[in-house]
Design a protein around this ligand. Structure first.
Ligand SMILES: CC(C)(COP(=O)(O)OP(=O)(O)OC[C@H]1O[C@@H](n2cnc3c(N)ncnc32)[C@H](O[C@H]2O[C@H](COP(=O)(O)OP(=O)(O)OP(=O)(O)O)[C@@H](O)[C@H]2O)[C@@H]1O)[C@@H](O)C(=O)NCCC(=O)NCCS
Ligand SMILES: Nc1ncnc2[nH]cnc12
Length: 277
């Protein structure tokens, strides 16, 4: 990481991460500039509007992290969540109530805040800070209500979704996606597509489970992503053809990969912070 980054620079990398993700194509199950995939109510312009509506939030998240001066990092999370609730309102206003970035407000907000905190605390990394911030979150949030997909899936399958990822310190990003991205070659679009599919090969995406109406879809998605990577990814003719076909399958079945997109966004953010891309 660079010497010491100001909150404003960190917030800019968050905005870049949102925009780099949405322009990457062809992404199965997701909106990109060429195709809206299984999201008829969204397009790339809506994602640009949504991203810009979060400008102030990322600045605030970075300032919360930079100025926090207490040993109990759960208090920092309480401050961030208050800012996150306001950010969700701004996003829904900018998108006329379409959910473009709810997951990213949560996950990327955590990373912006943690990265900013780490500027003054070089003995600890972002993933460990997030673990400390979100300690007890699954137990606190899940188990009673069944209003959201995440809440319902916890009651039905015992899966903690994005909250469990956060409590574990996003191991899929730290141990798999970020090292994978660092060793990829080719143009940035190719590198980000292959990294997305690396994420899809391992994630339990609660958005995909919701759309498919069952958990069996996860094993299928893992196999498809593995096959793509085994073919050599987007740099190979076979890999490219496989991904274009998978794109159509996701569209036909109305399968979305919203959670996978969010983990790609975080991976891009961390890669920008660490000068990997
Ligand atoms: C903790 C919150 C994120 C809210 O949780 P909630 O219970 O409301 O939501 P979940 O259902 O748990 O969804 C969380 C979103 O996280 C993304 N996600 C899914 N799986 C993973 C994973 N394994 N790892 C990381 N991230 C994951 C995913 O976000 C993307 O999908 C969203 C689109 O979702 P939705 O509109 O439901 O889907 P559609 O299919 O389009 O809907 P239909 O058309 O079918 O109707 C999109 O946002 C992507 O970003 C999950 O959706 C947090 O909001 C929270 O704490 N809420 C409480 C209030 C609060 O404190 N807010 C401030 C937050 S700082
Ligand atoms: N490109 C995208 N398409 C659909 N949902 C998303 N959530 C985050 N990025 C997304």
């Amino acid at each position: 990481m660079r010497e010491c980054m100001a909150p404003h620079e960190i917030a800019q990398n968050a905005e870049k991460a949102l925009l780099y993700e949405v322009v990457t194509n062809p992404k199965p199950g997701l909106v990109d500039p060429v195709d809206n995939g299984p999201h008829p109510d969204m397009n790339v312009y809506l994602f640009i509007n949504s991203s810009l509506s979060l400008d102030d939030y990322f600045e605030e998240a970075a300032k919360i992290g930079y100025n926090f001066d207490n040993n109990d990092l759960r208090q920092m999370f309480i401050l961030l969540r208050q800012a996150g609730i306001k950010a969700e309102k701004s996003m829904f206003k900018a998108t006329q109530n379409i959910n473009t970035h709810k997951g990213a407000i949560f996950s990327l907000g955590l990373f912006v805040c943690a990265s900013s905190y780490c500027q003054k605390h070089s003995d600890i990394d972002e993933f460990t800070v997030i673990q400390a911030m979100t300690r007890g979150l699954v137990k606190h949030d899940l188990g009673q209500k069944n209003e959201t997909a995440g809440e319902r899936q916890f009651l039905k399958y015992g899966k903690g979704g994005v909250r469990a990822e956060a409590e574990a310190g996003y191991p899929l990003v730290k141990e798999i996606a970020l090292p994978f991205l660092a060793q990829t070659t080719g143009d940035l679009n190719t590198r980000l597509l292959d990294t997305l599919m690396k994420i899809v090969s391992q994630i339990e995406d609660s958005n995909l489970i919701k759309r498919a109406g069952g958990i069996e879809v996860i094993q299928w998605a893992h196999k498809q992503a593995e096959k793509y990577l085994t073919l050599g990814g987007y740099q190979t003719e076979n890999g490219k053809e496989f991904l274009l076909n998978l794109n159509q399958i996701f569209k036909k079945r109305n399968y979305s990969l919203g959670g996978s997109a969010d983990l790609l966004i975080i991976t891009i953010f961390m890669a920008l912070q660490k000068d990997i891309i």
